[in-house]
Design a protein around this ligand. Structure first.
Ligand code: LLP
Length: 422
């Protein structure tokens, strides 16, 4: 099936054209313009339900940094999810989307006083303490319930830039600092409900997460003997990876969530501790495969015997993941989805850098100006990390389902950019 298996659940080929949520990609592009990030509602809801069904007793928070957007936050809230936010902006979006405060967890490795005060005022469920000085500052800001983020020193197999649980990480506290932080927070009257750990992102192997649960149970036992305190909540963060190419293999949400929940129960029992409440914070595995970016093909240029470039009307400004993480993507021609590939092409953007390449070695029918190129699995950390490089306005996003499309983020305009200039 090729690239099709990387597309959202509702993807179909109708008269040789890609349709998403029952809407033709060509109609979406004509109506809403390109580049356009299209989210499939069916896939978003199915991924949320997969977490909830695999771990009914757990709390599931959308890691909103993957795409902080009102419509998506509200959709996930409808599915019973909360939100993990890491800045004032993400917190404000979650609150305005109607995510109840009791389902919001506030992160950040360098929270400002304003962020701490807003979290306290909104009476969010938990603030995750990430540094020694945050203990006092959170208490002073009026924060009540907290977790302490601990770095277990586990180095999972993913790109270095998105590892977080290793020794030397800028996030959280190593165990020798986390233990006194729990003690100090309790002295200050904070309700320390538990511990947080997040190993990293785009993890395609469950073993490091399993290992981190065992490690946490050991640390919880140490807390009991040293502090006479045990975590009632264990937040295992996000991290579950997705497939970007046909050769990627990723664990299922069901398999991943069940493995973690079972492991927590087992590891806590082995330590003779009461089972804690488990919290998941998935970002990418909820929204990544639900998103497809549509681009219009412009210049097609044979630059050497081995390379033919297909230039699209976006690039590293709307998806910087290839440059940041050597990420690989897969694509197809949405308006000619029934045609067989006839060549190998390098899909590049319109930015002033040779490194502005979205897809290397894409197998496509010979593209021509005006074709519509769809890049799969672009729902996570693309628009969220988009920039205005080369003064290019950022794309729009739409939600599709049941044959209809709804704009969920309008396209930025040149006037928006000019409005910032003085
Ligand atoms: N919880 C915490 C505390 C996090 O730091 C993150 C992601 C998540 C949850 C959600 O993780 P996920 O399930 O999405 O892996 N921009 C990078 C990814 C950065 C992830 C940052 N933290 C990328 O494009 O690969």
């Amino acid at each position: 099936m090729g690239v099709l298996e990387l597309l959202p659940d509702s993807a179909a080929i109708e008269d040789g054209e890609l349709a998403l949520g029952g809407v033709r990609a060509t109609a979406l592009a004509d109506e809403l313009g390109t580049p356009l990030v299209v989210y499939c509602e069916q896939t978003l809801r199915a991924r949320a339900r997969a977490y909830r069904e695999a771990a009914p007793a757990a709390t599931v928070l959308y890691g909103s940094k993957a795409f902080p957007n009102l419509a998506l936050l509200a959709l996930f809230a409808e599915e019973g999810l909360g939100a993990d936010v890491s800045t004032l902006g993400e917190l404000e979006l979650a609150l305005r989307a109607g995510v109840p405060g009791e389902r919001i967890v506030v992160h950040g490795n360098n929270k400002s006083d304003e962020e701490l005060r807003r979290a306290a005022e909104a009476d969010v469920w938990l603030v995750v303490l990430d540094a020694e000085d945050e203990v006092e500052r959170a208490a002073a800001a009026g924060v009540r319930r907290v977790l302490v983020r601990v770095t277990p020193g586990i180095d999972p197999d993913t790109h270095d830039a998105i590892k977080t649980g290793h020794r030397g990480s800028k996030f959280g506290l190593p165990p020798e600092q986390a233990l006194p932080a729990v003690a100090r927070a309790r002295e200050l009257g904070l309700d320390v409900q538990g511990l947080h750990v997040h190993l990293g992102s785009q993890l395609l192997d469950v073993s490091p997460a399993r290992f981190s649960v065992d490690w946490l149970a050991g640390f919880a036992a140490e807390c009991r003997s040293e502090l006479d305190w045990t975590p009632a909540v264990v937040d295992v963060g996000g991290g579950l990876g997705i497939r970007y190419t046909e050769t990627d293999a990723a664990p299922s949400i069901d398999g991943f969530a069940r493995t973690i929940v079972d492991r927590v129960e087992r590891a806590w029992t082995l330590q003779g501790l009461p089972a804690p409440k488990v919290v998941f914070e998935p970002g990418r595995s909820l929204v990544g495969e639900a998103g497809v970016t549509l681009y219009r093909v412009g210049v097609v240029k044979r630059s050497s015997d081995t390379t033919t470039y297909v230039a699209v009307d976006g690039g590293m400004s709307d998806n910087p993941r290839p440059q940041l993480y050597e990420a690989r993507f897969s694509c197809l021609l949405a308006n000619r989805a029934g045609e067989a590939a006839s060549g190998t092409y390098t899909v590049c953007g319109k930015h002033c850098e040779s490194g502005d390449v979205l897809v290397e070695r894409a197998r496509l029918p010979e593209p021509v100006r005006g074709d519509l190129l769809a890049v799969a699995a672009t729902g996570a950390y693309t628009l969220a990390m988009a920039s205005n490089y080369n003064a290019v306005p950022r794309p729009a996003a739409a939600l599709v389902g049941d044959g209809a499309a709804r704009l969920i983020r309008r396209r930025e305009t040149l006037d928006d950019l000019l409005a910032l200039e003085t």
